[in-house]
Write a protein that binds this ligand. Structure first.
Ligand code: PLP
Length: 595
């Protein structure tokens, strides 16, 4: 391919990308292929003679897109968001075009320095403590951030840094004890709600990681951690690390760092905070109540390629002491840690690969194009829409919400067995009209509604709910017909019968499903936390670190965020439709009493 052919093909690709995004609604979120389909239609080996790009591109649509899942589809509500925006795509194009490898500073000064600066830009936007900033922003710092491929990599590196920090201090104390013996004595802890990458990092890094049970909200309590530590110490183990999760994968549970942090501090333990998904929304000051206690952390990771409008791959790892990562990576060779450019870092000591792509470029494009306010608008919309979905669930008595919907994920289930919930999700996914994935919370099968689409609207949410409702109704009817788990599911069957009667009597009325964003409001629990946050940050002046000049009070916040004001105004007012569920509850109770 020569440059003229590249120009023509490139223009075609851009047109294709635009057309794809603009017509994505016409596709179904999931493809219809079966496992092994591709090998059947692909030649068994690469062509001997090169082919014109036209042919390759035709096969892309015919063959590859046939088996492609449309993550950017409004009815794709699985996993966590996958960021993707035009400026991010443009950043990726230019990063590939210049084709540099970042390793030492000289290998490409722009790769190193833009990465450090972006770590500061994002960190400040998220309001993380100043000890995580690089020397460009905080001359006092010993910390800083760097880019990793994924949260799993960042978690592994954070944990390895903690492990080596502990081994190092133990070797000073016990110089004659072999390293393997020390490793065998050391113990790390994690929440049972943590992502599997924590367990995997333990396996890769020869780290004993003890899972701790979470409470009914998904938090590990300080008492649980303290008791585990004491028990292990009695058995001559050496606790050195707790991996906290802020925004767990299963149900978006948040460890309370204000509780856990002091315990880690008391026992001289490293606190790693995994906020792979939810960390992004700390860009909105009103969400930072969820990250309170971050000042206890020694390392922190957040993916930009989840909820920060940046495409895969790009995750930040911030360290309180950058040498604790670079040290082990250089074999504690001072000449390599302290290069002539120190404190400018040598990226090759901040990850497992020796070289890296110019990923910071994507971040720079995205942040400049959206600005902090654009990012906040995006997060606030996703948070609001997930709340809208939650209200649909709450209004339908056949369902229950599992855990509070605080960020962009709503977890819910039918009030019934795991089996009926599993079958419901299977049926929805098999229809390919909506895609969601499950998780388990305290042994309960839970369905996760986690929208991905950047411009999600209330209509998109309503469509997702309608599909869920339609399949739930069909599934319950099927269970009633078959008599499956009739004793266990009796309350659910009764509710369904009641709903069926209502629909027969009022076929045109959506009396039980009517919902608008205007009716969505912050719960009083969240409200208290937000008020607390503003009271605290107004006192210490911390709100505004990201450079915004908003009034530092809750009232000021409401003034500058009309949508929050709207929610605030309706907070506490009786909702018209409230009477329906309570009537329903009374009727069901009466029915049950009669039987
Ligand atoms: C809380 C949390 N941690 C870690 C991960 C792993 O992320 P990655 O795929 O970037 O390794 C995930 C993935 O969803 C996650 O939700």
């Amino acid at each position: 391919m020569n440059s003229e052919q590249f120009r023509a093909a490139g223009a075609k690709m851009v047109d294709y990308a635009i057309e794809y995004m603009e017509t994505i609604n016409k596709r179904e979120p999931l493809p219809h292929v079966v496992p092994g389909w591709l090998a059947k239609v692909m030649p068994p080996q690469a062509p001997v003679k090169g082919e014109p790009f036209e042919n390759i591109f035709n096969d892309f649509e015919k063959v590859v897109m046939e088996g492609t899942t449309h993550w950017m589809h409004p009815q794709f509500a699985s996993y966590f968001p996958a960021g993707n925006t035009w400026p991010s795509i443009l950043g990726a194009i230019l990063s590939n075009a210049v084709g540099v490898n970042g390793t030492t500073w000289e290998s490409c000064p722009a790769v190193t320095e833009l990465e450090m600066i972006m770590a500061d830009w994002v960190g400040k936007m998220m309001g993380i403590p100043k000890f995580f900033w690089t020397v460009f922003s905080n001359p006092e710092t010993e910390g800083g951030g760097c880019i990793q491929t994924s949260a799993s990599d960042a978690i592994l590196l954070g944990m390895i840094s903690a492990r080596e920090d502990c081994v190092r201090s133990l070797r000073i104390k016990y110089p004659n004890v072999p390293r393997a013996v020390l490793l065998n004595r050391m113990v790390a802890y994690r929440s049972s709600q943590c992502h599997s990458s924590v367990e995997r990092a333990g396996l890769i890094g020869y780290m004993r990681v003890r899972p701790l049970p979470a409470d009914e909200l998904g938090n590990v309590r300080a008492r649980t951690l303290r008791e585990a530590i004491k028990e292990d110490m009695k058995n001559s183990l050496i606790p050195y690390l707790y991996v906290a999760v802020l925004g767990s994968t299963g149900t978006c549970a948040f460890d309370d760092l204000m509780e856990i942090g002091p315990v880690c501090q008391d026992f001289g333990m490293w606190l790693h905070v995994d906020s792979a998904y939810a960390g992004s929304c700390y860009a909105c000051p009103e969400m930072r109540y969820l990250s309170k206690g971050m000042e206890y952390a020694w390392s922190l990771n957040t993916n930009m390629n989840k909820w920060m409008l940046t495409n895969f791959d790009l995750s930040f790892l911030w360290l309180r002491y950058r040498e604790k990562l670079a040290g082990p990576m250089t074999g504690y060779d001072d000449t390599r840690i302290h290069t002539p450019y120190w404190p400018i870092i040598e990226l090759k000591y901040f990850g497992t690969p020796a070289t890296r792509r110019f990923r910071a470029l994507k971040m720079w494009f995205v942040l400049r194009n959206y600005g902090i306010s654009g990012m906040q608008k995006y997060h606030r919309n996703h948070i609001l829409q997930s709340k809208v979905f939650e209200r649909y669930v709450e209004r339908d008595e056949r369902f229950e919400v599992v855990g509070p919907t605080r960020v962009g994920l709503c977890c819910f289930r039918l009030r019934g067995t795991n089996d009926i919930n599993n079958k419901l999700l299977e049926a929805i996914n098999a229809s390919r009209r909506l895609h969601m994935v499950p998780s388990y919370f305290h042994e309960k099968f839970v369905i996760r509604y986690a929208p991905v689409y950047q411009f999600l609207t209330e209509e998109d949410v309503a469509t997702s709910w309608r599909i869920t409702d339609e399949f739930a109704t069909a599934m319950i009817h099927q269970y009633i017909r078959d008599g499956t788990d009739a004793a266990l599911l009796k309350p659910l069957f009764d509710l369904q019968a009641y709903y069926d009667e209502q629909h027969k009597a009022h076929p045109d009325e959506q009396w039980d499903r009517e919902e608008t964003a205007a009716e969505t409001f912050v719960t009083s629990h969240e409200h208290e936390k937000i008020v607390d946050f503003f009271a605290m940050s107004a006192k210490d002046g911390s709100y505004g670190d990201a450079g915004d000049d908003e009034d530092k009070t809750y009232d000021g916040y409401l003034k500058s965020h009309p949508e929050a004001l709207r929610r605030e105004e309706i907070r506490g007012q009786p909702k018209v439709t409230d009477k329906v569920p309570s009537m329903l509850r009374m009727e069901i109770r009466e029915k049950a009493a009669k039987k």
